[in-house]
Design a binder for this molecule. Structure first.
Ligand SMILES: [Zn+2]
Ligand SMILES: [Zn+2]
Length: 247
């Protein structure tokens, strides 16, 4: 699997980073993990064609993680003139939230028919979801978003990738990331004490029990970005927009 980090920012564009979006290419098919509002911008910057995306997995229903779907579908419909199907996999009520958001941003847009088959799949924590040769597993994390917020694990062809989504540390992440080739963890804050997001100080204490081979931190706030040089652990590196990683 090849991962391209399309957007590694928080909700506020801290450090000039784009909102969360990861592109994964398996060689057989391609999928996105999260689709923040700036996802099309980010894909264009790194030369990734939205036409090549077969599925979009969403961790939770906050605007900086799912609202890019609105522009993505409009682009697919009007610019790309997509004909191949797209599946969007996310937490319960994702389709309803997408429709409400699309209607608020582009009134009347949801009444028009798509020239491609757009399917939503509601993914419950604990139930593996198999799509083509990809296995996706979800756990519920601790981050209020009006629907269950999920951490995700993907396995394909003997390689594995896990992603915390947005959350304060929950012990379920130990199992979610067990033995994976790459774990992506949000790290919004440096100091402990913030609810619903991970801080470096808390994450650092958990590191010895995280068995992922490699770890990447993402979704950093400005105060966290200012202290990146203090993150000095052999397995841990920092996400950058445009970074490509072979998994
Ligand atoms: Zn976020
Ligand atoms: Zn969030």
């Amino acid at each position: 699997m090849k991962l391209t980090i399309v957007g590694s920012g928080d909700a506020f564009g801290s450090g000039g980073r784009l909102q969360t979006c990861f592109h994964v290419s398996t060689g057989e098919f391609n999928f996105l993990i999260d689709c923040g509002a700036s996802s099309l911008i980010g894909m264009d910057r790194v030369g990734l064609d939205p036409a090549g995306v077969d599925a979009i997995f969403i961790s939770h229903l906050h605007g900086d993680h799912f609202s890019g779907l609105v522009w993505w579908v409009l682009y697919a419909r009007h610019v790309q003139k997509r004909s191949k199907p797209l599946i969007v996999v996310g937490p319960r009520s994702i389709e309803e939230r997408y429709l409400t958001t699309a209607e608020a941003l582009f009134p009347g847009s949801t009444e028009k028919e798509n020239p491609f088959d757009l399917k939503f799949h509601e993914h419950d924590a604990g139930e593996p979801f198999n799509w083509r040769a990809l296995m996706c597993k979800a756990i519920e994390v601790c981050h209020p978003s009006g629907a269950p917020s999920l951490g995700l694990r993907f396995e394909f062809g003997g390689r594995s990738l896990s992603y915390s989504g947005d959350t304060e540390w929950v012990d379920g992440l130990f199992e979610l990331s067990a033995g994976v080739d790459l774990h992506i963890n949000e790290c919004f804050a440096y100091e402990a004490g913030l609810r619903y997001h991970t801080s470096w100080k808390v994450f650092q204490e958990k590191l010895c029990d995280i068995s992922a081979k490699r770890i990447i931190l993402t979704h950093m706030s400005r105060p966290m970005l200012e202290r990146l040089e203090e993150v000095d652990e052999p397995r841990v590196s920092i996400a950058q927009d445009g970074l490509e990683i072979e998994i």
